[in-house]
Design a protein around this ligand. Structure first.
Ligand code: AMP
Ligand code: GLY
Length: 316
């Protein structure tokens, strides 16, 4: 088989490393890949300047690609899966509508609330006057999120009301470190310990991968601003068997059901970012429509199955 991997990070390196071990695979192409990925067996990196979905499709056709694996969220949210399918090309990942679980925090909250899934209380705002009024009635700390994708940088945990009010203004006017948003979500600050719960989902079938946890803060000693993750480990003792069943029953299944009610079928990795409180109640902080980075690096090292067989079975 010929495989195309889209992406350039550590996660895509982990995927390429694991895919290269499959006896079913002859050639692996990575766009754009990275120097580490290029050193793996069977792998060739390819650079396309500002690739569009149509560029990927042309590439997949020209190299007789049997399966495309999408690493990062942006192409999924842009609808790469839908376009590949229209061209009868096999691709692993959720369709555009399903990827909105990650692409839009307000859509995610709508699904969580209608499925009665535990999550932080929140309100969505499109203007700074009503957002500021709301802030003044809340306890601090508070969490302020830009809607849409921001590569892990669109979430702010704010300790003081004054800072929160300024941030809201800055987000609406585009002055918050280059992040701007016409929609912001303000939510209560949840206390507890975080874990990443990633499953392989194909319609109603759910297979949890090993649990994992990433280190969010930039600096040593768990200090500094949040990042997309500075490192990861797997498993985490936080997620035992009992909690795994609870998360599947009370979080993943109702989420898929709510999507189904909206005529959306999920296929791909579904990653629930959880906050687990002191009573072991799991709250959803966010959904991602892909493997975590750097969680994939820890999880795939431990995976014994042939990943290509897993992904192909999901697609089929
Ligand atoms: P998100 O992109 O929504 O997962 O947020 C990124 C990170 O911000 C999370 O992994 C948490 O560390 C933190 N965070 C987000 N929402 C909350 C919340 N409601 N309470 C506490 N921390 C949060
Ligand atoms: N490590 C967090 C993420 O992949 O979103």
């Amino acid at each position: 088989m010929n495989i195309l991997i889209i992406g350039s990070g550590g996660r895509e390196h982990a995927i390429a490393w694991k895919v290269s071990q499959s006896e079913m695979v002859k050639n692996i192409y990575a766009i754009p890949g990275n120097p580490g990925i290029g050193k793996e067996k069977k792998v060739k990196n390819f650079e396309i300047e500002n690739p569009s979905i149509q560029d990927y499709i042309r590439f997949a056709k020209s190299k007789n690609i049997d399966l495309t694996i999408v690493g990062p969220e942006a192409p999924l949210v842009d609808g790469i899966v839908d376009e590949f399918k229209k061209n009868n090309l096999k691709i692993f990942g959720p369709c555009k509508a399903a990827a909105q679980l990650e692409g839009s925090k307000s859509f995610c909250k709508e699904i969580l609330n209608s499925g009665k899934v535990l999550t932080a209380k929140h309100e969505t705002f499109t203007d700074s006057i009503s957002a500021s009024k709301y802030i003044k009635k809340q306890n601090m700390p508070i969490v302020i999120k830009a809607d849409g994708l921001a590569a892990g940088k669109g979430v702010f945990i704010v300790e003081e009301e004054e800072t929160a009010l300024k941030l809201i203004n800055d987000l609406f006017t585009g002055n918050a470190d280059g992040i701007s948003s016409s929609v912001i979500v303000i939510e209560e600050f949840l206390k507890g310990e975080e874990a990443s719960f990633i499953c392989l989902v194909s319609d109603e079938s759910i297979i949890p991968l090993a649990s994992s946890k990433d280190h969010k803060k930039l600096n040593n000693g768990d200090t500094g601003p949040n990042t997309g993750g500075m490192g990861a480990y797997s498993p985490t003792s936080l997620i035992d068997e009992k909690l795994t069943y609870k998360v599947i029953k009370e979080i993943i299944k109702p989420t898929l059901k709510e999507l189904k009610n909206r005529d959306i079928t999920y296929s791909g990795f579904l990653y629930a970012g959880l906050m687990i409180d002191e009573n072991k109640n799991p709250y959803v902080l966010e959904y991602n429509c892909r493997l975590g980075d750097p969680e994939a690096q820890a999880i795939l090292m431990r995976l014994e199955s042939d990943i290509v067989e897993m992904l192909l079975s999901t697609v089929d």
